[in-house]
Write a protein that binds this ligand. Sequence first.
Ligand SMILES: [Zn+2]
Length: 120
Amino acid sequence: MPPFTRPATRRGRRLSDHARLLQCVQQILERSTQAVPWEPETVGLPDARSGGALARINDVAFYANARNEVATLAGVCVDLLLLHSPDGSEQPDQTAGRRCRSCRLAWPCPTFGEISRLLG
Ligand SMILES: [Zn+2]
């Protein structure tokens, strides 16, 4: 089961889809910023799938930048979710009559729907 579809609770109360998704990307951001930066000496380099030097350089570049790139992408997701959130917070499961704080479209707005679809 993907982590974004797992039910989550806060103090025994079921979180809204928005709160659950925001919590997930905030946890990804936290884990990536707290992770030790990768260097070949820290945890090594997985075996290459091909013997090509160019592919190996690509692998090294990926691992070397992954921590910062994951943190950046998770930060973008957090910012987008904070921008596109439902107005009011009294009834997190109620969507009728609510609007997005940013785009003012009916909640859930298309931006949140797309983020949810892509991460879910
Ligand atoms: Zn919106």
